[in-house]
Design a protein around this ligand. Structure first.
Ligand SMILES: C[S@@+](CC[C@H](N)C(=O)[O-])C[C@H]1O[C@@H](n2cnc3c(N)ncnc32)[C@H](O)[C@@H]1O
Length: 436
């Protein structure tokens, strides 16, 4: 007999925590209209005990199940119901559903029975990169708290090193040291010399895997949601040829770093190895190194036009649409009767679109040949330029000098806020509550 989640008393306590968190974020009027994606299990337990309880309409609930037997049981159960009480069903991996189904959900609750694997990471990436969660929405992630593969344990260390060390910026081909341009080879050598390998890192810090896992779980999800739209889906900001050349630089750089370190780089960062050797451009485009590089490129482009680097930061944020953590609750519990330890995070995420409100920060870009370029000031030459552009381009905008100053200051302020927000994620280690 398969495990009954419906009869598990601790699972029920977890469901009550989900209900409590959802009620905290939404008023009664809104609840029935919420669109929910969940993994209800063959018994449909989550629908009966969570979403029905909250009054979410069944037709707004999407249930995903990849187990063939479980799906058959779930489907039979749903088919017995009158039309009005049916939920929508999908047989397959939830990560594939998120990739393919072009629907925006208010709540996505991923109740896995496996550990925090790369498959879970894949589903989370699809949500943020394809914007599957509403502007303000809830994300739940529930996983088994152990039994990772060795490779995944190393991922934790990689991520942890990333939090502590900041991002390595050696990849930028135009980076300068003093007045000298740094050559590609010098950059690689410097990178390999200065980089902290996970194995050094764990020895140095005496890291305990259990502690690490708990710290990383919440923070890596929160940080992952900063990625927002995949740069490959932002051709206006990053024209495909430009992006492709950047991706090629990163691939070349990491291959060289691996050679320079006698194979240690890929041995210890096997996630990097997989995506780079597989030339999975979508994955490469969202590596932290790539993000840093892209932002640096935007900043350079804007600096040439005399604009403050924060303007580029603002533009990047505006178009990639990250999700910010507004509220988070974390739980640990042992599911019954097996006693399997579970960890669960519930996030209330908000894209804070008001920060990008056109009244405060009107379109600061002009679209030229399909690419966004900086604002034009209200000068004679600016006016001439804008008239030319306006004939062809919808988004050409003219700002007066006063507006321009105000907007620039606003963008600088926002950039600072964002940096402070990213730092605050380092503190994100919520207390874990024991259910029972
Ligand atoms: C923990 S159970 C769900 C329990 C349910 N949420 C409840 O409250 O009773 C997880 C279910 O999701 C399915 N599942 C696990 N990983 C999945 C994946 N990657 N994609 C789709 N379904 C998955 C499992 O087969 C199982 O039926």
């Amino acid at each position: 007999m398969t495990h009954s989640f419906l009869d598990d008393p601790v699972k029920q306590l977890w469901r009550e925590k989900v209900i409590e968190f959802v009620r905290k974020q939404y008023g009664v009027g809104k609840l029935s209209k919420l669109k929910v994606l969940c993994m209800p299990g063959s018994e449909m337990g989550e629908v009966l005990r969570v979403w029905d309880e909250l009054g979410v309409r069944r037709k707004n609930i999407y249930g995903v199940e990849y187990g063939d037997e479980e799906f058959a049981e779930l489907e039979a159960r749903v088919k017995e119901l009158p039309n009005k009480q049916r939920i929508r069903l999908y047989n397959g991996d939830v990560a594939d559903f998120l990739r393919d189904e072009n629907t925006v959900f208010d709540i996505i609750n991923l109740d896995y029975c496996s550990y925090f694997s790369r498959d879970v990471g894949k589903a989370l990436n699809e949500i943020t990169q394809r914007q599957r969660l509403a502007e303000k929405g809830i994300l739940g992630v529930n996983v088994l708290e152990r039994r990772e593969t060795k490779a995944r344990q190393r991922d934790y260390l990689d991520i942890s090193a990333l939090f502590d060390e900041g991002l390595v910026k050696y990849v930028d081909p135009k980076r300068e040291k003093g007045n000298n341009k740094i050559t590609f080879e010098e950059g690689v050598r410097e990178f390999v010399k200065e980089i902290k390998f996970p194995s050094d890192y764990s020895i140095e810090k005496g890291i305990d895997l259990r502690d690490l896992r708990q710290q990383i779980f919440t923070r890596s999800i929160a940080l992952g949601f900063q990625v927002g739209i995949n740069p490959m889906d932002l051709p206006n900001l990053f024209p495909p040829e430009f992006l492709k050349s950047m991706l090629e630089i990163v691939i070349k750089f990491f291959l060289a770093a691996d050679k320079e370190s006698d194979g240690r780089y890929f041995r210890e960062y096997d996630y990097a190895k997989e995506i780079i050797e597989g030339e999975n451009l979508r994955d490469i485009a969202v590596t932290p190194n790539m993000s840093t590089l892209l932002q640096a490129q935007l900043k350079q482009q804007h600096a040439k036009q005399g604009l403050h680097p924060s303007v580029a930061g603002f533009i990047y944020l505006k178009y990639k649409k990250p999700y910010f953590v507004e509220d988070v609750a974390s739980y640990r519990y042992a599911s019954q009767p097996s006693g399997s330890p579970m960890i669960c995070d519930l996030f209330y995420l908000d894209q804070r679109r008001e920060w990008f409100n056109p009244e405060k920060a009107d379109m600061v870009l002009n679209k030229i040949n399909g690419t966004y370029k900086s604002v034009w000031k209200n000068t004679k030459s600016g006016q001439k330029k804008i008239r030319q552009l306006a004939r062809n381009e919808r988004e050409a905008t003219l700002l007066s000098n006063a507006d321009y100053e105000e907007q620039r200051n606003y963008m600088i302020e926002l950039d600072q806020k964002y940096t402070a927000y990213i730092r605050s994620l380092e503190q994100l280690k919520p207390d874990r509550i024991r259910l029972s």
